[in-house]
Design a protein around this ligand. Structure first.
Ligand code: ADP
Ligand code: MG
Length: 260
């Protein structure tokens, strides 16, 4: 937790929520801003799921913050097994009532032409409504401090036009923001090269963290933005160990424009 001085000399309490990832709080001016939505962007395999899981796991074990994981990609059993191999026993936390896994994998499977009873509805809109319902369900169930939605890509890629996609993402971000919990959203990027197109979720989230694999074995984490925070925006190297992500907050990567 730290005091943050704002423009105009007014002191506003900007409480920080520890990220739970070794080295990351140093880049974030102490942690994530409490009650805000932060986006974690990166190609598949960069470590997004591991990172957001550490945020939840360490929140429970280190801070006593209850956490909810809304999974769009993998069923609970697979999630639990994968995280167990990294030393995170989510099944135990769930039994203790400190964590809830909300299975949102069905949302992805709603066909484009869906029906509610006999009334045809747009599948993608229905998917969005379902996800929002599931978020609410998870929050009602546990009153968590931390929420993760992993990932929103499948859902929002159903809205290929930017003008359709923007309100869809805004709906998700607004619902999360209204819960007062600190949230991490993940989104997959087809490419994280210099010529990549900015996604609407990057404008709409309070903060953005970009994970990249530069070349074999070299990974960087960059805090692209964090509104109202003095953050370190230098890409910093990170590794994935059998305990999860670890960021080297004072190191730099040379030749980082070099692509894989
Ligand atoms: N025990 C481990 N030690 C080192 N690396 C690991 C370990 N477990 C997973 N990884 C690495 O983590 C990456 C997958 O992380 P994940 O969070 O699932 O990525 P994403 O969600 O971005 O697709 C892979 O690159 C894999 O090599
Ligand atoms: Mg993942």
């Amino acid at each position: 937790m730290s005091l943050q001085s704002q423009k105009g000399g007014t002191q506003v309490l900007a409480r920080r929520v520890s990220s739970g990832i070794a080295g990351l709080d140093a880049l974030l001016d102490g942690g994530f801003p409490e009650g805000k939505v932060v986006l974690v962007l990166g190609e598949p395999g960069t470590g997004k799921t591991i990172m957001v899981s550490q945020f939840l796991h360490n929140g429970v074990t280190g801070q006593g913050d209850k956490g909810v994981y809304i999974g769009m990609n993998e069923p609970k059993t697979r999630f639990n097994t994968e995280m167990m191999s990294l030393g995170m026993d989510f099944a135990k936390l769930e039994r203790e009532g400190k964590f809830a896994y909300v299975d949102a994998t069905e949302v992805r499977r709603i066909p484009e032409q869906a029906k509610v009873g006999r009334i045809p509805v747009g599948g993608r809109e229905l998917g969005l409504v379902n996800l929002i319902d599931l978020v609410q369900e998870g929050i009602d169930k546990l009153s968590p401090k931390r929420v993760v939605v992993d990932s929103i890509s499948d859902l929002v890629f159903r809205f290929p036009q930017i003008e359709e996609r923007r309100p869809a993402v805004l709906d998700i971000v607004e619902v999360l923001q209204s819960t007062g919990t600190t949230c991490l959203l993940t989104s997959e990027l087809p490419t994280t090269g210099e010529d990549r197109v900015l996604q609407p979720e990057e404008y709409l989230a309070e903060g953005v963290i970009l994970l990249r694999i530069l070349r074999k074995g070299v990974r960087t984490l960059q805090v692209l933005k964090m509104r109202g925070s003095k953050v370190d925006t230098t890409p910093r190297p990170y590794v994935i160990k059998n305990t999860g992500l670890e960021v080297y907050a004072t190191e730099e990567v040379y030749g980082q424009t070099m692509e894989k």
